[in-house]
Design a protein around this ligand. Structure first.
Ligand code: PLP
Length: 832
C-alpha cells in the first residue's frame, strides 16, 4: 500500500494532539488543496471538519452494521425541519477532543474559535419544532438508540434577516455556497417520487380490483447522509436528507419536434422541490409546492425504510416490530396514505392488514393548537397532485366513519368533525385527523398542551380513542445547550460534581445544596459575567450598541409572533423608560432588553413589531436623561449560533405568551438551565418549569389558559377600558400613536393600536399588562440583591435536570416506539 495512504489510514483514527496536527496539515494540502500560507479561515474550517469527519467514519459504519446484524428495531424521525446549526464544536465536544484540537491548531498558529466561527449555521428549520428534532438526534445517538432523521436538504435554509432602517429585510441563506464537509452524497441512493397523472383500475392476478398510478411526473430523491455523533462518540447515527434530482428519462421524441429545450427546462424545474425552506413558523400557506415537498421527502423516506426492512424480511407482518415512524407534526402525515399505497398497490398486501401495519408503525406529535396552523389541503389540490392518495384517504375515511356511526348515534356534528374531509366551504383534507387516525400514539409536547389537545382539537378523537393521546414534554440536549455553549458554567459545575451531568442531567441537582454557599455563588456569578461580556461584545459587533455588562440582561429570543407577545415586552420597556425619565434621582437597576427573532416574510404585524422595537430602541438608547439605565437591543438574524451566545448570558428569560397558545417552548428550558430566572405566564412547559424550580424561583404573572378561555368566551373583555384605567399603559400607547418613536411617519403603528383596541386585543396584551409590569418590578427589585438573585439562579440550573431531551427521548422510546438501546460493537482504535 502507498506509504502516504497508510499514514493517513492510521492518522484517521488518532485523537491525540500530534495525530490531529499531522492530519490537519496533510488534509489542508491533499483534501482542501491549499498551502498553509494561502489558507483562509474557511479553508481551515473545511480541513478540520474533514479530519474530524474521518474520525467518525469507522464508528459510524460499526453503528450501522450493528443495527443490521442485530436486526434492531429502528426509529425513523420524519421532520420537514432539522435546525441543527453548526456541527464542528458539537462533534468535537461529543468526541471529547475539543482541547486536543485546540492545542493542535495552536501549534499551527490557528485559533479554534476562528475555525469554529467560519462554519455556516445550518438553518434547515424555523424555530422550536426544527430545533427539537435536532436535540432529539443528539439524544438518540447519546442514548444508543437506533434512530434515523429523515428530512429535506434545502439548498436555502431559513432566510438571513437584516434590518434596513429598522425594517426586516430577507436575504437568501446560502449555507451550501462553499460546500458542506459533513455530508456524504449518495448518488446511488435514488428513489422515484411521482406527482400528478391519474389512477387506473385493473384486475389483479386473482381477479380482484386493483389500482395503479399512471401518466405521472417523476422526480428523483437523492440521499445525503450526515453522521450524528452521540456523546462519547460510541453511537454515530444518520441524518438522511433528500435532494430533488431530475430524472434522465427524456422523451426522445422531443428532439424531433423541437421541444427538447422545453423538456430539459421542465426537468430542471423539478429540482426546485428541495430548493427552499418555507419560512412560516406555525402557520401554513397551503401552497402546492409545500404539499409536494412534504410528499417528496415522506415518500423517499418510506421507500428507504421498506428497502431496509426487506433486507431481512419477506413479508410486512413484522414491520411494526422493526420500524417506528414518528411524524414531527402533520408535515409528513401524507406518509400514512403513502405507506398504504406502497403496501397495497406495490406489494399486494390486503387493505385491512396494511391498515393494521400502518397504524402500528406510525405515531404523531402535535405541535400547536393554533387553528391557522392545522394543515388542511384543498381536496382539489390533493386530487390533482396525488390522485391515488386522495382515493386512499377517502377509503380510510369511509371505513372509519362507518364504524363510528353507531357510536355517534345520530350526532352528525360529531361525525363531520371526525371526518378526514372538512366539508365546509371548499373541501379540505384535515391532515391532523389523518395523522391521528393513522397512528397508534399521538402526543402533545407539554402537560398543559396535551390536556388542551384532549379538550379542543382532538376532543372527538380522544373520546373515540381514549388511550391514544399521551404527553411527552419537550427537552433540550445538555451537550449543546450547556456543556458546549457555556464553557465557564460547565467547568464550574464539573469542578464541583464531576462530569456525569453531561450524560445524565438530573445529576445537576447536586448543585442545589451549593446555592447557600457564598463562594460558589461568587463563582457562579463570575461565570455568568464572563458570558455577559461575550454577549455584550457580540451586541456591539452586530449593532454598534454599547451595553453595561452589569445591567440586568432581560432576554426575549424566539420567532416574532403576536401570541409570543414581544409587543407586551416593548410596551413595558416604554413604561419603564417613562418612569426613569420621571424619576431621575432614583437609583434604577440598569436594564438591557435584548430581543432577537425572525418574522415570517408575509407576516406584516410581526414585521411592524420589529420596526417598533427598533424605533423605540433608537429613541431610548440615545436619550441621555435615562443615563444608560435602559438599553434596548434587537439582534439581527437569530439562529442557533446566536442562541448559543445569548442563552448563557441571560439573567431574565421572557416566556410571556398568551396562556394556552405556546405548546411547550424550549427556549424557556435553555435559558433556565443556564441560570436565567423566568418571567412568564402559565403556558406550555413554563408550568412544569415552575414545578421543578419552585414557585419562589420564577416570576409567574397573568391570566391562566382557563381564564383566557373564559374571558374570550364571555365576550365581555373591553381593552379600551383596561387602557383607560392604566395611566402608564395609556401613556405608552399615546406615545406610539402620536409618533414619538416614528416622527417621520406618526401613523406607522396604527395597525398595532387598532389591534389592541377595536380589534379586541386577541392576544390579551392589555389584559396582562399591569400584572406583567408588577412581575418586572419584582425582578428588578430582586436583582438589587445579587446574593439572593444568584441563589435563585443556581436553583434554576440545579432543578432543570428533568428537561434533558434524553429524558424525553427515552419516554418516546419506551412508551411509544418500543425501541431499545443497541450498543455498537466497535473495532478498537488502532486495530485493522
Ligand atoms: N429558534 C432557535 C434558534 C432556538 O434555539 C430555539 C430554542 O431555543 C427556538 C427558536 C425556539 O424558541 P421558543 O421555544 O422560545 O419559541
Amino acid at each position: 500500500m502507498d506509504a502516504r495512504y497508510k499514514s493517513r489510514e492510521i492518522e484517521r483514527r488518532s485523537l491525540d494532539v500530534d495525530g490531529l496536527k499531522r492530519s490537519f496539515l496533510e488534509w489542508l494540502v491533499y483534501s482542501v488543496g491549499k498551502d498553509a500560507r494561502a489558507a483562509t479561515r474557511r479553508d481551515w474550517f473545511h480541513t478540520v471538519a474533514l479530519a474530524v469527519r474521518d474520525r467518525l467514519v469507522d464508528r459510524w459504519m460499526d453503528t450501522t452494521r450493528t443495527y443490521y446484524q442485530k436486526d434492531a428495531k429502528r426509529v425513523y424521525y420524519l421532520s420537514l425541519e432539522f435546525l441543527i446549526g453548526r456541527l464542528l464544536s458539537n462533534s468535537l465536544a461529543n468526541l471529547g477532543i475539543t482541547e486536543e484540537c485546540r492545542k493542535a491548531l495552536d501549534q499551527i498558529g490557528i485559533s479554534l474559535e476562528d475555525v469554529v466561527d467560519a462554519e455556516p449555521d445550518a438553518a434547515l428549520g424555523n424555530g422550536g419544532l426544527g430545533r427539537l428534532a435536532a436535540c432529539f438526534l443528539d439524544s438518540m445517538a447519546s442514548e444508543a438508540l437506533p434512530g434515523y432523521g429523515y428530512g429535506i436538504r434545502y439548498e436555502f435554509g431559513l432566510f438571513e434577516q437584516r434590518f434596513e432602517h429598522g425594517w426586516q429585510v430577507e436575504y437568501p441563506e446560502q449555507w451550501l455556497q462553499f460546500g458542506n464537509p459533513w455530508e456524504f452524497p449518495r448518488p446511488e441512493v435514488l428513489y422515484p417520487v411521482q406527482f400528478y397523472g391519474r389512477v387506473e383500475e385493473f384486475r389483479d392476478s386473482v381477479g380482484e380490483k386493483a389500482y395503479r398510478w399512471v401518466d405521472a411526473e417523476r422526480v428523483l430523491a437523492m440521499a445525503y447522509d450526515t453522521p450524528v455523533v452521540g456523546y462519547g462518540g460510541n453511537t454515530i447515527n444518520t441524518l438522511r436528507l433528500w435532494s430533488a434530482r431530475a430524472t434522465r428519462d427524456f422523451n426522445f421524441g422531443h428532439f424531433n419536434d423541437g421541444a427538447y429545450m422545453k423538456a430539459v427546462e421542465q426537468k430542471v424545474l423539478s429540482e426546485n422541490l428541495s430548493r427552499v425552506l418555507y419560512p412560516n413558523d406555525a402557520t401554513e400557506g397551503g401552497k402546492e409546492l409545500r404539499l409536494k415537498q412534504e410528499y417528496f421527502f415522506t415518500s423517499a423516506s418510506l421507500q428507504d425504510i421498506l428497502r431496509r426492512y426487506l433486507q431481512h424480511h419477506t413479508t410486512f407482518d413484522n414491520l411494526p416490530d422493526k420500524a417506528a415512524i414518528q411524524l414531527n407534526d402533520t408535515h409528513p402525515a401524507i406518509g400514512i396514505a403513502e405507506l398504504m399505497r406502497l403496501l397495497v398497490d406495490q406489494h399486494g398486501v390486503v387493505w385491512d392488514k396494511a391498515w393494521d401495519i400502518t397504524r402500528a408503525t406510525f405515531s404523531y406529535t402535535n405541535h400547536t393548537l393554533l387553528p391557522e396552523a392545522l394543515e388542511a389541503w384543498p381536496v382539489r389540490m390533493v386530487e390533482r397532485v396525488l390522485p391515488r392518495h386522495m382515493q386512499i384517504i377517502y377509503e380510510i375515511n369511509a371505513k372509519f366513519l362507518n364504524r363510528s356511526k353507531a357510536r355517534a348515534a345520530g350526532d352528525n356534528g360529531r361525525l363531520s368533525r371526525l371526518s378526514l374531509i372538512d366539508e365546509r366551504g371548499d373541501r379540505r383534507v384535515r391532515m391532523g385527523n389523518l395523522a391521528f387516525l393513522g397512528s397508534h400514539k399521538v402526543n402533545g409536547v407539554s402537560a398543559l398542551h396535551t390536556d388542551l389537545m384532549k379538550q379542543t382539537v382532538f376532543a372527538d378523537f380522544h373520546a373515540e380513542f381514549p388511550d391514544r393521546i399521551n404527553n411527552k414534554t419537550n427537552g433540550i440536549t445538555p451537550r449543546r445547550w450547556l456543556h458546549q455553549s457555556n464553557p465557564p458554567l460547565a467547568a464550574l459545575i464539573t469542578s464541583r460534581i464531576g462530569q456525569g451531568w453531561i450524560k445524565d442531567l438530573p445529576q445537576i441537582k447536586a448543585l442545589a445544596e451549593k446555592a447557600d454557599d457564598v463562594v460558589f455563588r461568587e463563582e457562579f456569578r463570575r461565570a455568568k459575567r464572563k458570558n455577559k461580556k461575550r454577549l455584550a461584545a457580540f451586541i456591539a459587533r452586530q449593532t454598534g450598541i454599547e451595553v453595561q455588562v452589569d445591567s440586568l440582561f432581560d432576554v426575549q429570543v424566539k420567532r416574532m409572533h403576536e401570541y409570543k407577545r414581544q409587543l407586551l415586552n416593548i410596551l413595558q420597556a416604554i413604561a419603564l423608560y417613562n418612569e426613569m425619565r420621571d424619576n431621575p434621582t432614583i437609583a434604577w437597576v440598569p436594564v438591557t432588553k435584548i430581543f432577537a427573532g425572525k418574522a415570517a416574510p408575509s407576516y406584516h404585524m410581526a414585521k411592524l413589531i420589529i420596526k417598533l422595537i427598533n424605533d423605540v430602541a433608537k429613541v431610548v438608547n440615545h436619550d441621555p436623561s435615562v443615563h444608560d439605565n435602559l438599553k434596548i437591543v434587537l439582534l439581527p438574524n437569530y439562529n442557533v449560533t446566536a442562541a448559543e451566545i445569548i442563552m448563557p448570558a441571560a439573567d431574565l428569560s421572557e416566556q410571556i405568551s398568551t396562556a394556552g397558545m405556546e405548546a411547550s417552548g424550549t427556549g424557556n428550558m435553555k435559558l433556565a438551565l443556564n441560570g436565567a430566572l423566568t418571567i412568564g405566564t402559565l403556558d406550555g412547559a413554563n408550568v412544569e418549569i415552575r414545578e421543578h424550580v419552585g414557585e419562589d424561583n420564577i416570576f409567574i404573572f397573568g391570566l391562566t389558559a382557563e381564564e383566557v378561555n373564559d374571558l374570550r368566551a364571555s365576550g365581555g373583555f373591553n381593552p379600551r377600558e383596561v387602557i383607560a384605567s392604566n395611566p402608564s399603559l395609556k401613556r405608552a400607547l399615546d406615545m406610539i400613536s402620536t409618533g414619538v418613536f416614528s416622527p417621520d411617519d406618526p401613523n406607522r403603528y396604527h395597525p398595532i393600536l387598532q389591534a389592541l383596541t377595536d380589534g379586541g386585543d386577541h392576544f390579551l396584551v392589555t389584559a396582562d399588562f399591569a400584572a406583567y409590569c408588577e412581575a418586572q418590578e419584582q425582578a428588578m427589585e430582586l436583582y438589587r440583591d445579587q446574593e439572593e438573585w444568584t441563589r435563585k439562579a443556581i436553583l434554576n440550573t440545579a432543578n432543570m435536570g428533568w428537561f434533558s431531551s434524553d429524558r424525553t427521548i427515552m419516554e418516546y422510546a419506551t412508551e411509544i416506539w418500543d425501541v431499545h438501546p443497541v450498543k455498537p460493537e466497535h473495532v478498537e482504535d488502532g486495530e485493522d
